[in-house]
Design a binder for this molecule. Structure first.
Ligand SMILES: Nc1ncnc2c1ncn2[C@@H]1O[C@H](COP(=O)(O)OP(=O)(O)O)[C@@H](O)[C@H]1O
Ligand SMILES: NC(=O)OP(=O)(O)O
Length: 315
């Protein structure tokens, strides 16, 4: 079997089995479960570059600083970097432990990664990315008034703070990531989509208050590293049309033309399935031979073996 260079984008369920339990203890337990399907792929000989979300975690870190009396407020990009460290540490520990259990001796590096965004990205004018906990409509109104947050209803699950989500332009640490991957190490990178920075010229970077979509950041690093595969792992085994309706149909395969049509028809929810499909399309279109798969965490191994998931193909 061909050994692939695989960029994995881990969804929220890979870090919080119960979205209401946001404790570090619970996250580490979930990370240990997440490590198993990831190490299945490493055991098969694939090179793994792992990205993950950070919406709940970065929101929690920001809220903690805001609630702490006598402590200066922590800027958003710094909170993003903290979330990369916190989540990266858990995944790093969990993956290493699972590899050792199976007699695999590899290092796992969790990198604080900066991702360049365009300061004129339209995303800055229209915040869409939900972060942190869920609130009732009443609580949301209060937060909006007291803290000036922009609050939006999140797919019937409650109200959440939203921040800007600009598109990733470049990954600052890409050469280092490539060196580590080429040397056979497992790399955790562009966590939370990367810490968003703008390029001020002459090598000066400045963090901006935003959260980059981790599916788009994963796509970007997959292109830069010339990966064979982009695998987006979420809570569903397959992408569906007519999702959650009586005529729901799960897709084994989707061409770019079909995906464009389904997007036009509104089958993929913005902020959840839509960015995944768009990231998969972009990767497949970027170079012939590149493959993209959307499936569940548990089915990652079967998915890469072509047994399940939704494969996105050129035609
Ligand atoms: N057309 C669709 N097909 C499958 N799932 C969909 C679709 N539209 C929305 N979803 C929902 O989107 C979820 C994935 O988005 P989300 O939970 O935001 O991602 P993440 O796994 O990155 O945290 C799925 O678990 C499913 O509930
Ligand atoms: N950064 C990011 O996309 O986070 P979530 O997947 O948690 O929304």
């Amino acid at each position: 079997m061909k050994k692939d260079r695989v960029v994995i984008a881990l969804g929220g369920n890979a870090l919080q089995a119960d979205p209401k339990d946001t404790t570090a203890e619970s996250q580490l337990i979930t990370a240990k479960a997440t490590a198993k399907p990831l190490v299945d792929l490493i055991e098969e000989g694939h090179e793994l570059i792992i990205a993950h979300g950070n919406g709940p975690q970065v929101g929690q870190i920001v809220a903690t600083y805001e609630a702490a009396a006598g402590v200066p407020t922590m800027p958003f990009p710094e909170c993003g970097a903290m979330s990369q460290g916190y989540i990266g540490y858990h995944l790093q520990q969990a993956i290493r432990e699972e590899m050792l259990r199976r007699g695999i001796h590899k290092s796992v590096a969790a990198l604080i990664t900066q991702v360049v965004v365009d300061k004129n990205d339209p995303g800055f004018k229209n915040p869409t990315k939900p972060v942190g906990s869920f609130f009732s409509a009443e609580e949301a109104k209060k937060l909006q008034e007291e803290k000036g947050y922009i609050m939006k209803e999140d797919a019937g699950r409650g109200w959440r703070r939203v921040v800007a989500s600009p598109e990733p332009v470049d990954v600052v640490e890409a050469p280092m990531i490539k060196t580590l991957v080429d040397a056979g190490h497992v790399v955790i990178t562009v966590g939370g989509g990367g810490v968003p920075v703008i390029d001020k010229g002459n090598g000066v970077l400045e963090g901006v208050p935003a959260v980059i979509d981790k599916d788009f950041a994963s796509e970007k690093i997959a292109e830069i590293l010339d990966a064979d595969y982009l695998i987006i792992l979420t809570a569903v085994e397959k992408v569906a049309i007519h999702f959650n309706k009586p005529n729901q149909k799960e897709l084994d395969r989707m061409t770019i033309a079909e995906a464009k049509q389904y997007i036009e028809e509104g089958h993929f929810a913005p902020g959840s399935m839509l960015p995944k499909v768009k990231a998969a399309m972009k990767f497949v279109e970027s170079k012939p031979g590149r493959k993209a798969l959307i499936t569940s965490l548990e089915k990652a191994k079967e998915g890469i073996e072509g047994k399940t998931g939704t494969v996105i193909v050129r035609e």
